[in-house]
Write a protein of this length. Structure first.
Length: 241
């Protein structure tokens, strides 16, 4: 954030943007409305009843979702918290997965992330609307979440950022492997899988799970779900020798 922007938002804080003596759910609603109006200038549709912002990529392949949430422990005039999560979905990704993993429900989630982890702070952020103007939150979303969404306008280019490390835009390694299989190639997917297993120290457990799956057996209770998902993909995508 530039110096001029900091001055601008400091001045906004000096004048209340709503009546903070209202019950917290109404303060939260007003904050959501301000953020929704601001991001509508960038092509997002605000679904007021769901506290949800929806955008669409220009290439038509992805939907961008911003969820505005709060907690149960707000207090009138003192704390009204806002938590935000973002997600990228794709019907094409859902169809791609379903070709390999038959399911009654199509999984079209490409990734999800918290905007704080995309920002320079690289940390989870929870905002108290009593102490911050909603336009500041909208600014952070424009600078970080919308920038992350923009990368999906060119998925093949985004795939080149997977240099053995999970990009901050992706939540789970298994979804990253799906993305690489769809927008890159098997070699890139295998390289990312191998590097990830080594980096996370998952190689031994991965090998145990892989052996069981090859024998038609189920993984044991001790095995972690995320590694099981990777092993299933290694077999389905033929990423193993």
């Amino acid at each position: 954030m530039s110096f001029l922007q900091k001055i601008k938002f400091l001045s906004l804080r000096l004048k209340p943007w709503t009546d903070f003596n209202k019950e917290p759910k109404k303060v939260f609603r007003d904050g959501c409305d301000i953020i929704g109006k601001e991001l509508s200038l960038y092509g997002f549709k605000y679904l007021k009843s769901k506290r949800l912002l929806i955008g669409k990529s220009k290439n038509g392949d992805f939907s961008f979702l911003i969820f505005l949430n709060t907690g149960r422990f707000n207090q009138t005039g003192k704390k009204v918290y806002m938590n935000i999560t973002c997600a990228v979905t794709s019907d094409e990704m859902g169809e791609f997965r379903n070709r390999y993993f038959k399911s009654n429900e199509q999984d079209n989630l490409v990734t999800s992330f918290h905007p704080g982890y995309i920002s320079a702070k690289n940390n989870w952020i929870r905002w108290n609307l009593i102490k911050i103007h909603p336009l500041e939150i909208a600014h952070l979303l424009k600078e970080n979440a919308l920038t992350a969404f923009d990368k999906f306008e060119h998925p093949e280019k985004l795939a080149t950022e997977f240099n053995g490390i999970l990009p901050r835009e992706f939540d789970f390694h298994c979804r990253a492997v799906d993305f690489l299989m769809m927008y890159s190639n098997k070699e890139k997917s295998k390289g990312f899988l191998d590097s990830s297993l080594k980096e996370k120290g998952w190689s031994e457990e991965f090998g145990e799970i892989l052996s069981l799956l090859k024998q038609g057996k189920k993984p044991e209770k001790k095995h972690r779900g995320l590694i099981i998902l990777l092993a299933e993909r290694a077999i389905s995508y033929r990423l193993i020798n």
